[in-house]
Design a protein around this ligand. Structure first.
Ligand SMILES: C[S@@+](CC[C@H](N)C(=O)[O-])C[C@H]1O[C@@H](n2cnc3c(N)ncnc32)[C@H](O)[C@@H]1O
Length: 302
């Protein structure tokens, strides 16, 4: 579904439960959090990864044969690899400030036989791109813009790195995932937990539906399409169980002062392995979530 919308700007929240903006984690190699983050990113792609193909298809509709694609904050490389597959004639530059995550990207690229297409570059993207990045056809920024101290400044430098007419794709999680059937007691509990988290700003940062449109426009881009991409899986892949456990464990750690004692006990019960209703034992998981993607272009005459 393609739509345009008119929302007030809110600072987008973190897709994966990490702190961001000033004081964010810089993900240096060896940080114990990197493993968890990598696991959540890979599970997210295994369960919700259809958005990668959908957004890549929207890019393909606007850029004929991209030669150079830039992945800003590439994480474990879920976007990098999807783009390399979709655009086999392209070179992809994966940029991140975590050497450890970049090693994972390089390893996955080798395993997939895509290493000839993928180059990793370690850089701090808080304010601007490294000068060496020029003549880019596509910039991809998935679940990542909210990490950077000056997203508008970074987008302005991305605009300069793009060829006129080049395309920017910004993606964020719009609705965080839920895993339990609607209408069940645990499903209701999960919705209450989600409301509690949305109400307080998830981990200090999750604030309802993100809206990057004003920032993208202020940086000089023209937004050509805004897209909602829903995940609605009644029979999710097996990875949904691990994803639910990881996700709800992170949610749980932020809930102590906002949820009722009963709801906290319920989430502990479904996270434990030894209750018949625990996530690892049940076979009725469903995955609902949504992403939002903004497709923008550098105006030809800019
Ligand atoms: C939530 S992950 C998203 C990863 C990937 N784009 C995806 O969609 O799976 C955010 C990424 O931004 C990176 N990051 C955070 N702050 C950064 C900074 N200042 N400079 C460069 N990368 C940064 C993190 O290391 C992490 O890989």
């Amino acid at each position: 579904m393609t739509h345009s919308h008119d929302t007030h700007h809110r600072a987008p929240g973190d897709a994966h439960g990490h702190q961001h903006g000033h004081g964010h984690q810089h993900g240096h190699g060896g940080h114990p959090d990197v493993d968890t983050m990598a696991r959540v990113l890979d599970l997210d792609a295994a369960v919700n990864g259809h958005y990668l193909d959908e957004v890549a298809a929207r890019i393909a509709a606007r850029v004929n044969e991209p030669r150079t694609i830039l992945d800003l904050g590439s994480g474990t490389g879920t976007g990098t690899l999807a783009l390399a597959r979709r655009f086999p004639a392209s070179q992809i530059v994966a940029l991140d400030n975590s050497a450890e995550l970049l090693e994972r990207v390089a390893g996955s690229a080798r395993q997939a036989g895509l290493d000839g297409q993928i180059r990793t570059v370690a850089a701090d993207l808080d304010t601007a791109l490294p000068d060496e990045i020029t003549d880019v056809d596509v910039v991809w920024a998935s679940s990542t813009l909210h990490h950077f101290a000056d997203a508008e400044g970074l987008l302005r430098s991305a605009l300069q790195a793009l060829r006129p007419g080049g395309v920017l794709a910004v993606i964020e999680i719009a609705d965080p995932p839920t895993f339990l059937p609607a209408g069940s007691a645990d499903g209701e509990m999960e919705l209450r937990l989600r409301a509690a988290i949305l109400g307080r700003g998830w981990n200090g940062g999750w604030n309802e539906r993100p809206d990057w449109a004003p920032t993208i426009t202020a940086a000089g881009f023209e937004i050509v399409e805004t897209r909602d991409i829903d995940t609605d899986l009644d029979n999710p892949p097996a990875a949904a169980t691990d994803y639910a456990v990881e996700w709800l464990s992170r949610v749980r750690s932020g809930l102590a002062d906002v949820a009722t004692t009963e709801d906290l006990a319920a989430v502990d019960r479904i996270l434990s392995d030894d209750d018949p209703s625990s996530l690892r034992r049940r076979d009725d998981l469903v995955v609902r979530s949504s992403r939002i993607a903004w497709i923008a272009r550098r105006p030809e005459n800019s």
